[in-house]
Design a protein around this ligand. Structure first.
Ligand code: SF4
Length: 250
């Protein structure tokens, strides 16, 4: 925990935008994803006051990551190539938040309004519905250039019904980094129910089409629980998470 949160100012170019999510894990019985906004990955500068803050990640994919809300994204339609400026706050709980800054404010497009990013058409499917009869909003990725899909991100509702599969971290860092379907999740592992102990970590997922040629699950993921060893998510939870897909090209 960081008791000295600071307000910062940032400016730079968007090199990727992805959904921001939390995931709750309990052994291999439950993996619940909740999409709560977007992470924008920036190349640029961060200033807490008059000094310049450097982020050294050993990677040149991005310099820093800012969490924004769904409302902010709906209003600003941020996409790769936008030059943005804004404010943000350093993290109170760095162990549970992947983005470097959150509570973003004063967002402004420095290079002007640009609506060049393509959006995916959404169709409402009232034939293949959810268990409660709710129609499903669907987009068909294969109708657009990709992979990776570098378009305007869809609404969080679209991500929520699609569900995510585990994606190898190497893929997330590499060829998937700019894809709208890539995701770095803030994960809570329920380690002990009786004492309500949890473990936190970050994991990579893919909300993209099941047919994507870039997809690689990576190694099975250990899900620790008190007094148990060797429990791993081998991928079958993925099948539950994407159960509402009817077309591998969605
Ligand atoms: S594997 Fe997933 S994140 Fe990577 S390019 Fe394909 S759809 Fe995008």
């Amino acid at each position: 925990m960081d008791d000295e949160q600071r307000k910062i100012e940032w400016k730079g170019e968007v090199v990727s935008i992805q959904p921001r999510s939390t995931v709750w894990r309990y052994l291999i019985d439950n993996r619940t994803h909740r999409e709560c906004g977007y992470n924008i990955f920036m190349k640029g500068e961060v200033h807490p006051g008059s000094e310049l803050l450097h982020h050294d990640r050993g990677s040149d994919r991005y310099d820093f990551c800012v969490a924004i809300s769904e409302k902010q994204q709906a209003k600003m339609k941020i996409h790769i190539g936008d030059v943005l400026q804004g404010t943000g706050w350093t993290k109170k709980y760095p162990e549970i938040e992947f983005a470097d800054y959150y509570r973003a404010g004063s967002l402004k497009k420095v290079n002007g309004e640009d609506s060049s990013a393509r959006t995916m058409d959404v169709e409402t499917d009232d034939v293949n519905v959810r268990y409660d009869g709710t129609p499903i909003p669907r987009v068909k990725s294969a109708d657009y250039p990709g992979p990776p899909w570098k378009m305007e991100v869809p609404s969080l509702e679209i991500y929520a019904w699609r569900g995510g599969r585990m994606l190898s971290k190497a893929s997330w860092k590499g060829k998937c980094f700019q894809c709208i379907w890539a995701n770095m999740a803030n994960v809570t592992v329920q380690y002990d129910f009786d004492r309500n102990l949890v473990r936190n970590r970050f994991e990579t997922f893919c909300y993209g089409p099941l047919s994507c040629k870039y997809y690689s699950m990576g190694p099975a993921r250990a899900v620790p629980y008190k007094g148990m060893s060797g429990v791993k998510d081998q991928g079958w939870l993925d099948e539950i998470c994407v159960q509402y897909r009817t077309d591998p090209d969605e």
